[in-house]
Ligand binder design. Structure first.
Ligand code: FES
Length: 193
């Protein structure tokens, strides 16, 4: 799969984020997951990240860091949610895989608030940074989603891996909860953590 210069320029990416580069195969899923949770729960970096999402408009995606990990936050539109509900045959796992999101997000849209998607911006194959594309910004992801520019793995706007992608599983959703209508807290400690 090729990625055009136009695709890359239109995407929103985390460049320069620390990444894991060791190859990980499908049977290593549990180890990968537990490694991520170990990093995320390292006492040296055990802090929550608060993000003001009040300016994030429907359809827009933004990036932040949580415990040195790149995180994407996407305010999905009703149209995007409809696409996610209808296109389940295009993804490898139509149901959420246990352990890849907190229990409060173990639903069809893989989020605590269905309109706000919070996800780790790292490919589930070997940890390369992902580029996020809003709908109609890339021929590779016409309804929006995430692209690994290294191996071409594609994920939809719920972080579900598309059929035919080298990545073995869906993207990881970190624990998160909300303080009122404006503030997203990424990390443990809230009612949804
Ligand atoms: S992870 Fe490096 S390849 Fe998608």
């Amino acid at each position: 799969m090729t990625v055009s210069r136009r695709d890359v320029l239109l995407g929103a990416g985390f460049f320069g984020a620390g990444v894991v580069t060791a190859a990980v195969s499908t049977p290593d899923l549990r180890r990968l997951t537990s490694l991520w949770f170990r990093i995320a729960n390292n006492p040296a970096t055990l802090t929550n990240t608060e993000v003001d999402i009040s300016a994030l408009q429907p359809g827009q995606v933004m990036g932040t860091l949580w415990r040195n990990l790149p995180i994407y936050i996407w305010r999905r539109t009703d149209q995007m949610l409809s696409e996610l509900a209808e296109r389940t045959s295009e993804v490898r796992f139509a149901e959420p895989i246990e352990g890849l999101q907190p229990s409060e997000a173990a639903n069809q849209f893989r989020s605590v608030d269905r309109h706000v998607f919070v996800v780790r911006g790292i490919c589930s194959r070997a940890g390369c940074p992902l580029i996020a594309f809003e709908p109609n910004r890339s021929d590779l992801l016409p309804v929006g989603g995430f692209l690994c520019t290294n191996d071409g793995s594609r994920f939809d706007a719920a972080g579900r891996v598309y059929n035919g992608s080298p990545a073995p599983v869906d993207l990881l959703v970190p624990p998160h909860f909300y303080l009122g209508n404006k503030t997203l807290v990424i990390g443990e400690g809230g009612s949804a953590a």
